[in-house]
Design a protein around this ligand. Structure first.
Ligand code: PLP
Length: 430
């Protein structure tokens, strides 16, 4: 006991950092806590009874295959229905051979890291970006280059300027990671013309795009925008998506779409990671799509979440003081808010937790923790409708208090300065 093994840890283990969000997820279980923190789907949307019936049917008819190891690339019929959906719904031109099933789309980030990133390689990401991509890539020790976001997602003007400089270096960027739909955490969506432009740049500068698209189907307003992958004639895009947001995250079934050359390397990497994705879960996902349950389910989820988003937007309007700003996302699960410059979302979180309301601080989503000081990510899909309003009432009052206390502090400092100046005779008393 007490004999720490940390001295035996690998250099890589030193790159493994606990995620602030994962820590925060534990708060979901504290009584009275209203959490805008996690990225959790609402359990009200989970088709529990249907999944039970499907599992029953699968096990009654084919327990032998279902309880056996599966092949690493995934259950064939599931790969087929996914390829079909990618073509019909996301305007791609792919077949089963372009699809690999993974244990949650998070696994794609790890596999892409293994296959493409050598230590010191440049990976371009937006700032902010999806937290678990940051930690997932970090294991492979890349150098991150960041590009800011605006209402149109990644700032392509900045990206292009950066590429002009970086492409002249000995090791130019090889991988660009983007979240074009309802960005996590920023909520913003990339217009079609920017998607095409990014692909042209990939061709000009010879880099690979990893397109992360878990929220594609969760659009509440506006028109669907085609994925970058759907314009990809050169096989430069690795596309990833998931059943987590349209069926259940607990099943851990996601997929990657890419050219067979890339997939075959990813499959070898996956073999040593987990041999294959859970076969029962894959077969449930297959029946769920093949028997036509997915479309009505997506419609149901969109109805529930778009209502929650409306409640959140009107709660923010009602309870947030002047000076707090936020984007109005067209879909997805998150809203990104910016506090007045004098506030720090880390300090705010401490006060918020005392009032039993949680969010994720902006800095979690940047490779440089000095960034994102004034930001917070708010999830609107998990809390019950009335809890969204109550949570925002609590959060609004905490933000108000912080503003007042900063104002008091700066007034006190001004008064102290004035007093010191008077004592020092710097200011006349006449
Ligand atoms: C942007 C993004 N990518 C990937 C994932 C991973 O999803 P999963 O592994 O459940 O498919 C998530 C989950 O929240 C996400 O928000």
């Amino acid at each position: 006991m007490g004999n720490s093994l940390s001295r035996h840890f690998s250099e890589r283990a030193k790159l493994l950092r606990a995620s602030e969000v994962r820590e925060l997820l534990k708060l979901l279980n504290v009584p009275d806590m209203i959490s805008f923190a996690g990225g959790f789907p609402n359990p009200e949307t989970f088709p529990g009874e249907l999944v039970r019936q499907i599992a029953d049917q699968i096990l009654k008819t084919d327990a032998a295959q279902t309880l056996q190891y599966g092949i690493t690339e995934g259950y064939g019929p599931l790969r087929e229905v996914i390829a079909d959906r990618m073509n019909k719904k996301r305007m791609m031109h792919v077949s089963k051979d372009n699809v690999v099933i993974v244990s949650g789309s998070q696994q794609v980030i790890d596999l892409v890291g293994k296959v493409f990133i050598d230590p010191g390689d440049v990976v371009v990401i937006s700032a902010p970006t999806y937290l678990t991509a940051l930690t997932g890539f970090a294991i492979y020790d890349p150098k991150f280059e960041t590009v800011p976001l605006d209402a149109d997602n990644m700032r392509l003007d900045v990206f292009e300027e950066r590429m002009k400089v970086l492409s002249k270096r000995a090791s130019p960027p090889e991988l660009v990671y983007v979240l074009p739909n309802f960005h996590n955490p920023a909520g913003v969506t990339m217009p079609e013309k920017n998607r095409k432009r990014l692909l042209d740049l990939a061709s000009d500068y010879d880099f690979v795009i990893l397109e992360d698209d878990p929220y594609c189907e969760l659009r509440y307003v506006g028109e669907h925008v085609r994925p970058i992958k759907s314009f990809d004639d050169e096989g430069r895009v690795i596309y990833m998506s998931t059943f987590s947001k349209v069926l259940s995250p607990g099943l851990r079934v996601g997929w990657a779409v890419a050219d067979p050359e890339v997939l075959s390397k990813m499959i070898i990497a996956k073999q040593s990671a987990d041999v294959c994705t859970n076969v029962l879960a894959q077969r449930i996902a297959h029946e769920y799509v093949a028997q036509g349950f997915i479309e009505p389910q997506i419609e149901k989820i969109k109805r529930i979440y778009s209502k929650k988003l409306k409640i959140m937007l009107s709660g923010l309007d009602e309870f947030m003081p002047n000076g707090v700003k936020w984007e109005r996302p067209q879909g997805g699960m998150f809203l990104w808010a910016t506090l007045p410059n004098e506030l720090d979302s880390g300090d705010l979180l401490k006060s918020a937790l005392k009032k039993r309301v949680a969010f994720v601080t902006g800095k979690a989503f940047y490779p440089d923790p000095k960034d994102g000081r004034c930001n917070m990510r708010l999830n609107f899909t998990h809390p019950a409708d009335d809890m969204i309003t109550e949570g925002l009432r609590r959060l609004g009052s905490v933000v108000n208090q912080e503003i007042v206390s900063k104002w008091d502090q700066s007034r006190n400092t001004d008064e102290q300065k004035l007093e010191a100046a008077m004592k020092g005779g710097l200011i006349g008393k006449s």
